[in-house]
Write a protein that binds this ligand. Structure first.
Ligand code: SF4
Ligand code: SF4
Length: 409
């Protein structure tokens, strides 16, 4: 195929089978442009028929979060969602769009409808004959090969579907470093149940393992990632939109995420979900076994993509590793902590409701954070849509970050 470039990284077949990831240029959110890019990406992975059969019920799982407007780049863009649904509908599938938006938002029909409308998904569903899930039931499911959980509460439409197609958004993330395909399935945990998982898995590493467990339970068949415009900086809500100009597709969530990390200059092993997949033998740490097809990834990389403040900067050798482990031991000093900007605060209390360990209480109309209780999960930062929660390092943390930079220079 003359327009298709294939790059195969070194393979270690004894560890992982080759995983194909399609990288396709997509310059804007024009309907025809997006459809052509999504179709090409899916075709490069074997075509939609490789992932769903006519007559199947397919759950399409976007990144809905709080249902913010598409230009905020917090949610999967509705045109990318539309393109995936159009492929499935033309293939004869019944499509259900489902998500449980954000940790501190109760999983109710009213909240779902509000989020679908805010993200522009209601129009897409109506025009293409897809269904918007409003069933707020969930089922406790055993995780027979779970690494850190033995059972999980999963929303019902994910369990009744014949196949799950994940349509994620490429964003930086203060807690998991990057939000992509693997992290997206946290939205299959119903509403406030997410808070108990945050509390049970208070470290980034443990949280990443739990996210891989979710993926291993529900086994998504296809991943399509909206990286036309991503979010850089302190995502997943408070960062800034940034053009990347790419649609990614793959059958494999860790290969997709590792490729996405490469696009935005993040060391894949710094992403807790990818590190967890490596530990499970699902993906090789050196990126071997990924077969890139489509456009040349080297032409798509955005080298100056702004990382989250929590990013520690990749592997720079043994000296760095020793320093980093010392820093991790003093992690509470090193990692940024949430601070309230009272001048921006609208006293909506979403942060208070969303804190999994009850570290936030309102004093009058201003939230107060109990630093001794805070586990630095950044749920409050994710929940605040008024940019009233800033993430800042302490003086000691800033000193550590400075030492890191000097050491890596
Ligand atoms: S900090 Fe943000 S989320 Fe918390 S009460 Fe203020 S506006 Fe709401
Ligand atoms: S106050 Fe701390 S523990 Fe609570 S949501 Fe914010 S970052 Fe997480």
């Amino acid at each position: 195929m003359p327009d298709t470039m294939i790059e195969t990284l070194p393979i270690t077949p004894e560890r992982t089978p080759v995983k194909t990831v399609a990288v396709v240029r997509c310059e804007d959110y024009g309907r025809d442009t997006v459809f052509a890019a999504v179709k090409r990406a899916v075709d490069l992975c074997g075509g939609i028929g490789a992932f769903a059969a006519p007559g199947n019920t397919v759950l399409v799982k976007p990144n809905l979060l709080q249902g913010l407007a598409p230009d905020r780049c917090v949610t999967t863009h509705p045109e990318v969602l539309r393109a995936v649904i159009q492929l499935l509908r033309e293939h004869g599938c019944r499509v259900v769009i489902a998500d449980s938006p954000a940790a501190a938002i109760p999983y109710t029909e009213a909240n779902l409808k509000r989020a679908y409308a805010g993200a522009g998904y209601d129009r897409v569903a109506e025009e293409l004959g897809a269904e918007l899930n409003t069933d707020t039931g969930f089922t406790i499911v055993p995780t027979t090969d779970g690494a850190v959980v033995r059972q999980l509460p999963i929303i019902n439409p994910a369990l009744s579907a014949d196949a799950i197609v994940v349509v994620s958004k490429l964003k930086t993330h203060m807690w998991t470093c990057m939000s992509g395909g693997t992290k997206n399935l946290f939205g299959l945990i119903p509403g406030l149940e997410k808070l108990s998982l945050h509390a049970r898995f208070p470290t980034e590493q443990a949280f990443g393992k739990m996210l891989v467990d979710i993926n291993m339970v529900v086994k998504p068949r296809l991943q399509v990632m909206d990286a036309v415009f991503g979010m850089e900086g302190n995502g997943p809500t408070a960062g800034s939109p940034r053009k990347i100009g790419v649609i990614l597709a793959s059958a494999d969530y860790s290969a997709l995420d590792a490729t996405a990390a490469r696009l935005i200059g993040i060391d894949p092993m710094e992403v807790c979900t990818i590190a967890a997949a490596v530990e499970r033998g699902l993906y090789a740490a050196d990126g071997s076994g990924i077969r890139l097809v489509g456009d040349d990834i080297k032409q798509c990389i955005v080298p100056d993509y702004r990382k989250p403040a929590s990013y520690q900067g990749g592997n720079r050798g043994m000296k760095h590793s020793v320093l980093l482990s010392l820093m991790q031991a003093a992690g509470r000093l090193y990692v940024p902590r949430p601070e309230i900007d009272a001048t921006q605060c609208k006293a909506c209390r979403k942060c208070e409701r969303g804190c999994p360990v009850g570290a936030i209480t309102m004093t009058g109309n201003v939230p107060q954070i109990n630093r001794a209780k805070c586990i630095r999960c950044y749920c409050c930062h994710e929940m605040c849509t008024d940019s009233a929660i800033r993430l800042k390092r302490s003086r000691a943390g800033r000193l550590m970050a400075w030492i890191m930079r000097m050491e890596g220079a």
